[in-house]
Design a binder for this molecule. Structure first.
Ligand SMILES: [Zn+2]
Length: 343
């Protein structure tokens, strides 16, 4: 303990993270060692697990992975898209602006065919705001994605030319993709793309292989929907999964682990919420200051859940020490508003 309270060493932090008292650890800054010459202090975080670290990039600054016989993923800067090569043209799955240069370069490395179809996973700009560069192609998306894009009036996200609500079978030459919607999840309209011939699937911003969820669950429209999406993904007969972010491709095991983490966080938060009445906190703040009372209640809930999650997950998934506390708040809020009864 003592080595943590003064200037937290990495080893001390890890020890503490594995202990039940992890909730009280403040991941603060390390004091500068030499006055006047030291670089700004770096915040301390638990190091990345081996299978969450960045992978080597190719010579042009991006990573091109072959997924199946005719499917590839392109990764750079922590963002991922994929494409399938048919004998009639290329089907692109997302067009992230971060891959604006990498995607055309990667495609031309493996085929001389042009992009004829572009599937939007969902409406978020970080995944499709590079779409305009691919010109007048057939764009396919969920109807809710089309509705959201229309509302944004953003020229970088051209409207889909075909939409669907539940399922869509996309056949282009010798390739066949099954697009399906498991209901509102990370975002309304966020779909699953299953490529049976490639034994692969893509779903963005739900399972991030090797990583715990981003801040506020990546602004999830529905946390129960994220759980249900995990259930659907876990049933797919695939070898490779494309999650859209961070450094590598996933496997069915990554889906299983992400599902386990997600249910753990949901269930532990459920227990803590049930065991933490909010009424006493209203007596601790200025009369009528509801926000302050809820803040204290959220803190009490997070203080119960965080150590349990740390004990089980701190070294299994990346970033557990970074956003878990605020994700507990997100889940607690979702349980009040979305799912006051058990799922
Ligand atoms: Zn998103």
């Amino acid at each position: 303990m003592s080595e943590v309270t003064s200037a937290p060493s990495r080893r001390g932090l890890l020890k503490l993270g594995a202990a039940a008292g992890a909730a009280s650890v403040v991941l603060g800054s390390e004091p500068a060692t030499a006055v006047g010459t030291a670089a700004p202090a770096q915040p301390k975080f638990v190091p990345l697990p081996a299978d969450a670290k960045p992978l080597p990039m190719g010579p042009d600054g991006y990573r091109l992975d072959r997924i199946g016989p005719e499917m590839y993923a392109v990764t750079a800067g922590g963002t991922q898209a994929a494409f399938v090569v048919s004998n009639r043209g290329v089907i692109l799955l997302d067009a992230p602006p971060a891959l604006a240069e990498a995607l055309p370069a990667a495609i031309s490395k493996v085929t001389s065919k042009r992009v004829t179809h572009l599937v939007y996973s969902h409406h978020h700009a970080d995944h499709i705001a590079g779409a305009a560069a691919f010109g007048d192609v057939i764009r396919i998306a969920h109807a809710d994605t089309a509705r959201l894009i229309r509302a944004e009036r953003d020229k970088t996200r051209p409207m889909p030319t075909r939409t669907f609500t539940d399922r869509y079978s996309l056949t282009v030459g010798n390739q066949h993709l099954e697009l399906s919607y498991p209901g509102v999840n990370h975002e309304s309209g966020n779909i699953i793309v299953h490529a049976p011939r490639q034994r692969a699937a893509l779903m963005i911003d739900v399972v991030l292989p090797g990583w715990s969820p981003f801040s506020a669950w990546g602004t999830a429209d529905s946390v129960p929907g994220v759980l249900r999406a995990h259930d659907v993904l876990a049933k797919l007969d695939i070898d490779t999964f494309v999650g859209g972010h961070v450094h590598r491709l996933g496997t069915p095991e990554d889906i299983k682990v992400s599902r386990e983490f997600t249910y753990d966080l949901w269930n532990e938060t459920r227990k803590a919420v049930a065991g933490t009445p909010s009424a006493p906190f209203f007596g601790q703040v200025e009369a009528g200051h509801n926000w302050a009372a809820f803040k204290l209640w959220y803190n009490a809930v997070a203080d119960k859940v965080e150590p349990v999650i740390y004990r089980k997950w701190l070294h299994r998934l990346a970033g557990v020490d970074v956003f878990t506390r605020e994700n507990i708040v997100t889940v607690a809020t979702s349980q009040m508003l979305d799912a006051p009864k058990d799922l």
